[in-house]
Each structure stands twice: as structure tokens, then as C-alpha cells.
Design a protein around this ligand. Structure first.
Ligand SMILES: Nc1ncnc2c1ncn2[C@@H]1O[C@H](COP(=O)(O)OP(=O)(O)OP(=O)(O)O)[C@@H](O)[C@H]1O
Length: 247
């Protein structure tokens, strides 16, 4: 089942095309890592896919009404900030309420557990540390309980254990038949936890496939300008950017 289809998506900012003719589809059960250097167009792709900015081409999500879109996709923007002194429990429940569900819907408890927030439930969300707030906002998006979750750099600022837990939670959602599109700068975590990787470079699609297909020395050097080390271990694939490519 296709959860998101983009057809020849182009986004212009002034005279420049920030994204150019992107076509792809995401099916159920995928944990898709969206990677690319700074400025490659990752945020633009997700925002355009959601219909949050002017674009040419088509997005199956953007074509939906606001209510239908909230039932189809949850959106976690980059570096969101919690400004209100509401409890963590209440903030996570807003995800369920976005779909007209009660604050005690089972999806709220599931999301709270997935993001390991039990100890924070009664605290004011804006009093938490940056990484703790990030986890609360991921939980709110999960509590929306949608087939698709789009998350823009959600693990930036999380400690290593929480990064791994969050990537595992995304992978678990995929195993349950949902899909996650997550932008990341950590290529090692993308290699380990994503079922598929899409590489954006200069506004175009540079590669799309399994981590092993996509994360080749040639592509990493050409797109990111770095050398890389990889190994297969008993605990899974290891992928580590090592050094900048000599000019
Ligand atoms: N209003 C604008 N006018 C011109 N260019 C813009 C405008 N807004 C964004 N851009 C450019 O669009 C490009 C894509 O930006 P985008 O935020 O999608 O990149 P990104 O891949 O998410 O980057 P990062 O990894 O740094 O978050 C960037 O080069 C950015 O400078």
C-alpha cells in the first residue's frame, strides 16, 4: 500500500529551484532515512510533501483536506520548542486530540512508553532539558497514531542511548506496517536502522535504495565529500564517516 507519492515535485525559492523534479513513493512498513548535506533540500521536501509550501508537481498528502491529512501523517518539524507550561502527559495527548480522539486514548500511553517518558509525565514540558523536550515532541507525533510519520532531524540533540531507542521505535513502527520518513545527519544510525535510504543532493535525488546499495564509497565521497569506513559485525552493520576527501 502506498502511503506517500510525490510526482515531479519542484520547489522554487526566488529564481532558484531548491528541489527539482523529485518523484518517489513510500509504502507501508518502511523506515526511510532522508539524508543529504546541509541545504540539500530535506526540510523542503518534507514540508512540500505535506503541502506546507508552494510547489509544482504533486504530493498525495498535500492533495488531502487538513482533517484527512492529520489522519494520514504526523509531522515533527526540525528543532521545535515547547513554550507552554503544560504537563508532558497533556502535551503528548495533543497528538491524539489532533485526530479528535480522547486524551486517554491508548495511543498516548503507547507513545509515552515508546519514548521512555514515564518519569516525566507530571512535569511541566517547558521545564525539561532540550533532549527531554525533543523526546516529548516525538511522543506527541507518535500519539497521533498515523500510518505515516515525517520527522525532520528528530534525534539531533539526543544522547546516544536515546538516539538508538528512537531509531528502534521508528523501526518498530515500520514493522507494525506504518512508515516513517526521517531526515538524519548520522549516517551510521541511518545505515543501522533504516530499511531504505533516500539521498538528496543539490535539490535532486542522488540515490534511493537499501543502506547497502546506497552508502557506497563513491556516493559518500561525491555527495558528502568524506571517506568512510564500514564493517559487518555480530551486532550489525557499522558505517562511519572518517575524513574529508582531499580537494
Ligand atoms: N527563502 C529562501 N530563498 C532562497 N533559498 C532558500 C530559501 N529558503 C530555503 N532556501 C534554500 O533551500 C535549500 C534547501 O534548504 P533545506 O532547509 O530544505 O535544506 P536541508 O537539507 O533541510 O538542510 P539542513 O541539513 O541544513 O537542515 C538551502 O540551500 C536553503 O538555503
Amino acid at each position: 500500500m502506498t502511503l506517500l507519492r510525490l510526482d515531479h515535485l519542484t520547489v522554487r525559492r526566488g529564481p532558484c529551484a531548491v528541489l527539482s523534479g523529485i518523484s518517489l513513493s513510500i509504502g507501508a512498513g518502511e523506515c526511510v532515512g532522508l539524508i543529504g548535506p546541509n541545504g540539500a533540500g530535506k526540510t523542503t521536501l518534507m514540508r512540500a510533501a505535506l503541502g506546507l509550501m508552494p510547489m509544482e508537481g504533486a504530493s498525495s498528502l498535500a492533495a488531502l483536506s487538513a482533517t484527512a491529512r492529520a489522519a494520514q501523517a504526523a509531522w515533527l518539524p526540525q528543532s521545535p520548542e515547547i513554550a507552554w507550561p503544560v504537563t508532558v502527559r497533556h502535551l503528548v495527548s495533543l497528538g491524539a486530540m489532533a485526530r479528535g480522539r480522547p486524551a486517554d486514548h491508548p495511543s498516548v500511553q503507547r507513545a509515552t512508553d515508546r519514548m521512555d517518558l514515564a518519569a516525566f509525565c507530571d512535569r511541566a514540558a517547558n521545564g525539561l532539558s532540550g533532549g527531554e523536550q525533543a523526546r516529548v515532541l516525538i511522543a506527541r507525533a507518535m500519539a497521533q497514531d498515523t500510518p505515516l510519520l515525517l520527522a525532520d532531524e528528530p534525534i539531533a540533540g539526543l544522547d546516544p542511548a536515546q538516539q538508538i531507542r528512537t531509531m528502534r521505535a521508528f523501526r518498530d513502527l515500520a514493522a507494525e506496517g506504518r512508515s516513517v520518513l526521517v531526515s538524519l545527519h548520522d549516517l551510521g544510525l541511518a545505515a543501522r536502522h533504516c530499511t531504505r535510504i533516500i539521498v538528496l543532493h543539490a535539490g535532486g535525488l542522488a540515490a534511493d535504495g537499501s543502506p547497502a546499495e546506497v552508502l557506497t564509497d563513491e556516493l559518500i565521497a561525491g555527495v558528502f565529500g568524506v571517506t568512510s569506513y564500514r564493517a559487518e559485525t555480530a551486532m550489525g552493520a557499522v558505517f562511519q564517516p572518517m575524513d574529508t576527501v582531499a580537494p
